[in-house]
Design a protein around this ligand. Structure first.
Ligand SMILES: Nc1ncnc2c1ncn2[C@@H]1O[C@H](COP(=O)(O)OP(=O)(O)OP(=O)(O)O)[C@@H](O)[C@H]1O
Length: 462
């Protein structure tokens, strides 16, 4: 059995918190869909997951399960299984006993052996069924934890960063396994991660969050190719998209340029629809987004149709084996998305009281919370203070704040990273010609909204 999950305008206010952890969050998850909640630490992903699970009350809004109002449904009646980051196995039980444990309550008086064996076979862990958690590797422990969730034949899997305690190789391996398993079982899955690569490779769709607010809900491909705002553009993709501050120059006499300060990028005429739409930005600050594959190092004579010329000085070459990343200085001013640039708190076990039934708030989590509070106070987190009962007087708007990077042209290092073949023959200090593919040019307005390519729904002009 699998089920549809709908969140309608769901908000969560924690007591004594100035702004909601989740703010008017709406989402429809289809039966059997694999949906990933993606965003930086503290953006509200786990809170959404826990509200779906029934482990956290919904302050306002509605949760529908298969179309039925379910805000007040007890967690045990939702037929959902959760898998956490910290495995949460009983140390005094073997793998077999751990996997069979929830069945004592779900199938009282019935023989659990066949269900446990079937689960072990699916996960390929028959050999470790008689071992204790202390005798297992991290990956094996996480497989047993997943076995415990699978054996219940749940209608929904809820996974909260289940792989983040594992090393990179194992993570990649288990990631593929999770995708195979959940799709094979056809069970609706909601998966929380802050790792965009994980989200992109796993999700049928990703819901990208920032400060409790849904920024974009789309397929991974669309999130990469058509980010709705600068936050999504910067959060998704490695290496991170190049974000440069610029202005549009569009004199009445014709022509249009994007001015980076020391260089200008001329848009070819006749202007296409997307470029024409930039005319209203004339004289205003914009942010230009260029992914590392949108620019190549090549002579102007080699330009294809739709490519325009810039140049840059090589600052650094990052050899990656299959490719090189060349860091260049084009004399532009990089734009910074504050939440992405803020230091991420040190990882700590997610075993605080709000995460699981059996733990106190760990020191690591407290440190994380303190760091978040500092981070939150430093960031431009908008929102009205809650009234006495914790319900907001009005919803927050969420323009994406973007700042200047505090550098002077003299001290500024590479502002543009370009992906090249591994054998590129350039040296530090060389000035090299660059060809920018305008088909992959993104422009965001001063509030971070994408304006090029033009959004499907145009904002009303005042
Ligand atoms: N029980 C609680 N009491 C007060 N504030 C809380 C509580 N739980 C979470 N928060 C706050 O709500 C916000 C969202 O937290 P949440 O754990 O949902 O974020 P997250 O995106 O899952 O982060 P992480 O990836 O670090 O777990 C944070 O600011 C957090 O400090």
């Amino acid at each position: 059995m699998t089920r549809a999950i709908t969140l309608h305008e769901v908000s969560k206010y924690y007591p004594k918190q100035p702004s909601p952890a989740v703010d008017r969050f709406s989402l429809d998850i289809a039966p059997g869909e694999f949906l990933v909640l993606l965003g930086p630490s503290g953006c509200g992903k786990s809170t959404v997951l826990r509200m779906i699970a029934g482990l956290e009350d919904i302050t306002t809004g509605e949760l529908l399960l298969d179309g039925e109002y379910s805000n007040d449904l007890a967690p045990g009646d939702r037929r959902m299984a959760m898998v956490f980051q910290n495995f949460a196995l009983y140390p005094s039980m073997t793998s077999r006993e751990n996997i069979g444990f929830p069945l004592r309550f779900e199938m009282p008086g019935e023989e659990h052996g066949p269900r446990v064996d079937e689960t072990a076979r699916i996960l390929g862990i028959e050999e470790i069924l008689d071992r204790y958690p202390g005798q297992l590797s991290g990956g094996e422990r996480q497989r047993v934890a997943m076995g415990r969730a699978i054996s219940r034949h749940p209608s929904v899997f809820l996974m909260d960063e289940p792989l983040s305690n594992l090393d990179a190789k194992l993570r990649a391996h288990l990631r593929a396994e999770i995708a195979r398993l959940t799709h094979g079982m056809g069970v609706t899955t909601v998966y929380v991660t802050h790792d965009q690569a994980e989200a992109m490779s796993l999700g049928d769709r990703v819901a990208i969050m920032r400060s409790g607010v849904l920024q974009q809900l789309s397929t991974p491909r669309e999130a990469y190719h058509l980010p709705e705002n600068v936050f999504v553009a910067a959060f998704v993709g490695t290496p991170r998209i190049n974000l440069l501050q610029a202005t549009v120059i569009a004199p009445l006499t014709g022509g249009m340029w994007i001015d980076f300060g020391r260089q200008r990028l001329g848009l070819p005429e006749p202007l296409n629809y997307d470029h024409q739409m930039l005319r209203i930005q004339q004289g205003r600050r914009i942010i230009v987004g260029l992914r590392s594959e949108a620019v190549r190092i090549a002579q102007p004579s080699q330009a294809h149709a739709g490519e325009v010329v810039l140049s840059g000085i090589v600052e650094h070459i990052e050899y990656q084996g299959h490719e090189s990343l060349v860091h260049l200085n084009t004399g532009s001013r990089p734009a910074v998305v504050p939440e992405l640039e803020a230091p991420r708190p040190a990882p700590a076990a997610k075993n605080s009281s709000r995460r699981g039934a059996n733990g106190g708030v760990g020191l690591g989590k407290l440190a994380q919370k303190a760091a978040r509070r500092i981070q939150a106070s430093m960031m431009d987190r908008e929102g009205a203070a809650p009234s006495g009962d914790g319900v907001p007087p009005k919803p927050r708007q969420s323009p994406v704040s973007v700042m200047d990077r505090p550098t002077t042209p003299e001290t500024q290092t590479g502002d543009l990273v370009v992906r090249t073949g591994p054998d590129i023959r350039v040296r530090r200090g060389d000035r090299v010609p660059l060809l920018v593919d305008l088909a992959h040019l993104y422009v965001f307005d001063h509030e971070g909204r994408r304006i090029c390519p033009a959004p499907a729904q145009q904002p009303l002009l005042e």
